[in-house]
Design a protein around this ligand. Sequence first.
Ligand SMILES: [Zn+2]
Ligand SMILES: [Zn+2]
Length: 451
Amino acid sequence: MNRLSSPRVKKFGLALALFLLGFPTFAQGESPAEKAKPIQKWVADSSDSLIEVYRWFHTHPELSFQEKETANRLAKILETAGYEVTQGIGGHGLVAILKNGDGPTVMFRTDLDALPVTEATELIYASQKQVTLEDGTPSGVMHACGHDIHMTNVVGVARFMASHKDLWHGTLMIVGQPAEEKGEGAKAMLDDKLFERFPKPDYALALHVDPFMSTGTVGYRGGYAMANVDSVDIVVKGKGGHGAYPHVTIDPIVQAAQLIVDLQTIVSREVAPSDPAVITVGAIHGGTKHNVIGNTCHLQLTVRSYGDEVRKQLLDAIRRKANATAESFRAEKPEITVKEGTPSLFNDRQLTQAVVETLNGVLGDEKVVPVDPSMGGEDFSRYGLAGVPIFMFRLGSVDAKRLARFEQLGQKPPSLHSPLYYPDAEDCLATGVTASTAALLSLFETKTDNR
Ligand SMILES: [Zn+2]
Ligand SMILES: [Zn+2]
């Protein structure tokens, strides 16, 4: 092996580069493992109280934009810990600030909302909550996306930082964000002047539980990590009539069927194979009866991409295909509506590298694993678009033995949003709080005058 490419030399090179960029690497003084000791001791001592907080959030789930009790509870805990809390930002959003002298401002974000899912785990603290949805159907409510873990993690982080002010200097800004599941909460908070009423942070961190990674591990991805999410509605126009006399009608169902097949060639034949992209027709509604040709047929698509160029390419191609299909059927132009969802999540590369260096030192290299980018959406991306370097990492949430049992059975563990998903909370939180706090402490050591 070439000496210059040996892992040790590479690591030194990276550490030097990060140091010169103003990012800390714990290269001097105490090792990361030494620095993490007070956190690990505190986490072990605080486990019972964190589990109590976790179970409260788990048993009191609230839907997007309805997170009133959740926000009140989180606000109260943070106030008690010594934070200055402001509520009601972009709905039930909250900001909790802890000032501790000169230094950078670092934001840590948690989401607050749960999902209309009826919990089917057999946990003694399973959610019993029932609601009536907007369309009148009854539903259970569940923290099936693990946002209860995210909130409890933030509570652990906030309490540690408040009780160990000698270890850092700067301003810690905890953000409790509503309506992540609708992809609208971050926008609502930013539109409510989040970064004008409160300091615009030098960095922002967040984590998300991962249902397939074992507790004790974290996952990261620099650059694009999650996708642009757009919803497209296409109303294909026809000319209705009797099913026995198709020649005097324009059949919107056949036109829609043709269009669905044509749409499949956009990703496979127009987008470069190296650029990830998805077009899924998730719903099709048309017609009323066997022998009636209707006037219209309605298609609903989800469209996923990373960069702006591919996003535009996909949307332009969908419009072109829809219009061309209509023309080929002698039909009127279809109605096409694009609803922009969450923009793609781009983890700042320098920030990612700096935090990953810290996490390697604290958790051990083998517990900090690179993960593939996903085509899911996450509105934490919007803080990045507002000009803040962001980094969201994944937190393993299922006990290694439980994962092994699924593997033996040849099954996948329940995914997020499943009524059967549950994290192994104690170990998951221990790693979450340790990793989050160590990352924050290292970021508070950075000099921000070079930004
Ligand atoms: Zn979710
Ligand atoms: Zn989520």
